[in-house]
Write a protein that binds this ligand. Structure first.
Ligand code: BGC
Length: 242
């Protein structure tokens, strides 16, 4: 079945048509940059533009960069605070006239990786992390998603939240080289390892493309795998879970 997947990010919104049986993108992605952060109205307006671009009338799945419970946004670390309490399921349904399902961006991206990525059908406990403006997480046991974990918000021992210490945005703003940043990221993984003892970490998001530049800094004993679907994971997972 073909489904439209839309990935709402901190600086852009992108969509593509996905064949949910194969995970392949069948109509190439369309991306619109947004203000940082984009207001609720701007977000709705861009979503409409993307849907119009594809002349879409079917189901739409969304990845959204916050906790989303039963369609309602609960947090707003890197998005407009006005989203808190908004029912984005209702908002996007009304704006597009389509059947929609909105879920956390890391949850959908992780789901795509576990379905069509390098570790597809992984049977153990897996933690997927997206490393971008923030750090998003998705927790799986035997392929089953435990939704809305916010492991990027764990406090590290120096009092900062993990995503304010080891995200890709922090690497850029503090001008850290990959090795310096890798040491920080390893600290974060060590902490997660002692709390969860997962069987595998899967790294997605912008920084994971540069895995070769920081893999030497990772001293944890849990196996680490960079994601395969990278930029498209959010769109593909959103479509799969629509
Ligand atoms: C948000 C998460 C989101 C992650 C990646 C974090 O700041 O709290 O919900 O998954 O950023 O976008």
């Amino acid at each position: 079945m073909k489904t439209l997947g839309i990935d709402i990010g901190g600086s852009a919104i992108k969509g593509a048509v996905v064949d949910t049986a194969t995970g392949e993108i069948t109509i190439k992605r369309y991306r619109i940059e947004t203000s940082q952060p984009a207001s609720v109205n701007e977000t709705v307006d861009i979503v409409k533009q993307i849907v119009n671009h594809f002349h879409w009338k079917g189901k739409i799945g969304f990845g959204f960069p916050a906790v989303v419970q039963k369609g309602v946004v609960k947090t707003a670390s890197n998005i407009d605070k006005a989203f808190i309490g908004a029912n984005v399921n209702k908002l996007f349904k009304k704006a597009t006239g389509c059947k929609v399902n909105v879920l956390n961006d890391a949850d959908v991206a992780g789901y795509a990786e576990l379905t069509f990525g390098k570790v597809s059908r992984f049977k153990g406990v897996a933690i997927f992390l997206t490393i971008g403006t923030g750090i998003g997480s998705a927790l799986f046991n035997k392929g089953k998603l435990i939704p809305n974990t916010e492991l990027g918000h764990m406090f590290m021992n120096h009092g900062l939240k993990a995503e304010k210490f080891a995200s890709d945005a922090v690497r850029k703003s503090e001008d850290l080289d990959w090795a310096e940043w890798g040491v920080r990221f390893n600290d974060y993984l060590l902490y997660l390892e002692t709390l969860f003892y997962p069987d595998m970490f899967i790294l997605g998001g912008g920084a994971s493309k540069q895995y070769a530049k920081f893999r030497k800094q990772l001293t944890i004993s849990t196996p680490v795998s960079p994601a395969k679907l990278l930029n498209d994971a959010g769109i593909i997972g959103a479509a799969l879970l629509a």
